[in-house]
Design a protein around this ligand. Sequence first.
Ligand code: EPU
Length: 427
Amino acid sequence: MQLTPLHLQGGRELSGEIAAQPSKNAALPIIVASLLSSEPVTLHGVPRLSDVYTILDLAHHVGTRHAWVGPNSLTLHTPEILNTDAPYALVSKMRASFIMMGALIARAGQATVSMPGGCAFGYRPVDQHVKAFRALGVQVEEEGGNFDARREGSLKGTFVFELLTVGGTQNAILAAVLGGGVVTLENASIDTDVVDLIGFLNSLGADIRGAGTNTLTIHGVQALRGGEYRVIPDRIEAGTFMIAAAATRSRLVLTNVRPDHLRAISAKLTEMGVDILETEGSLIVDARDRELKPVNVTTQSFPGFPTDVQPQMSALLATIPGTSVVQDPVYPDRLTHVAELHRMGANITVSGYTQVIQGGPLHAAPVKAADLRAGAALFIAALTTEGETVIDGVQYLNRGYERLAERLRSVGANAWQPQPVLASAMD
Ligand code: EPU
């Protein structure tokens, strides 16, 4: 079905309470990890997003059957593996599908997974995933656009990642969980989504030590049992709403958050002049009547400032008088928001991965999201303008933001998405 654009009439103060959705990027690998057990697994806190439906399609292809048992609760069951491939049609739709490789290596001993290719913000290599598999004893061949992996016996040994990678660490963990070997991963990611994956796997009986540190030790176990698990809240979505509060000089209460996952964003907003109050499971962001200051931001792996919030922060800074410098070395080409923000009057000069932003008032314009977080940047910008902004490319926003227009309305934004006109209704 053709999606209609998102309309936003900005210039309003937001107020009230908004609950962050469960984490997309934690849920995706945990859904895949559920197939390491042949028993049923129930997950709570699964966001209803198009990326989740894509990973469920892939899981279905390999043999996982699922049923929604609550608004955000899902039961998954993989009694046996029916296919050991992840075809291009699904991997090209969503890069996170590459995580299927580790799970299939563990459960089925083999996997044929399409190379993910590029995405809207550039080339995203998987060399560290493949190097880790090979170092731990998996044979991996590249042929016809696919990686073909096979293991004889258990994975064992040590691999030192050349850089911090969330997906690479998760893939290596998944591959090593079953069997009798001992695997050590050095320079492993300490991202919240890696820690949550480990929490989930250990709750099913895996033996993974060192979560939240750069050294992980995985003692392979013979089998995982079924179980029940709650996925962490989405820190990227929460960060987006924190920035929305700052951009509209509003006070918002964010619930279902882990304030300790949001400290880099809180620190930047505080530096700008926003008041942030942390409580257990919630955050109060207060930017009412504040004159905000420009700041410099550089993205890093967790616990640094997240690349997934860079476009939204750039949009906010484009509205703050003065000069801000934003650098995204994690994804140097994550810049598709810039040309669209220019259409709204932003003054942003790009050199390599550096944006030099001269902030000032923006105006409404028709714009188009080319990827998920660029779409988020556009709705932040739209919230600050008096006129009506029409954001096309809603399919990208639907990948990461649940019921966005409805939830923005619940805190006072004037946001709506007209219903599509069906062909039959036009006859
Ligand atoms: N990298 C390599 N080689 C590899 C793997 C990664 O050079 O083999 C590089 C990447 O090019 C990047 C850096 O390492 O420069 C970090 O990439 P990482 O592997 O950590 O990213 P990812 O696991 O592919 C996840 C999120 C992304 C998020 C990044 C960084 C999921 C499904 N995706 O991707 O989320 O940007 O971590 O935090 O978890 C999003 O939600 O909008 C999104 C793109």
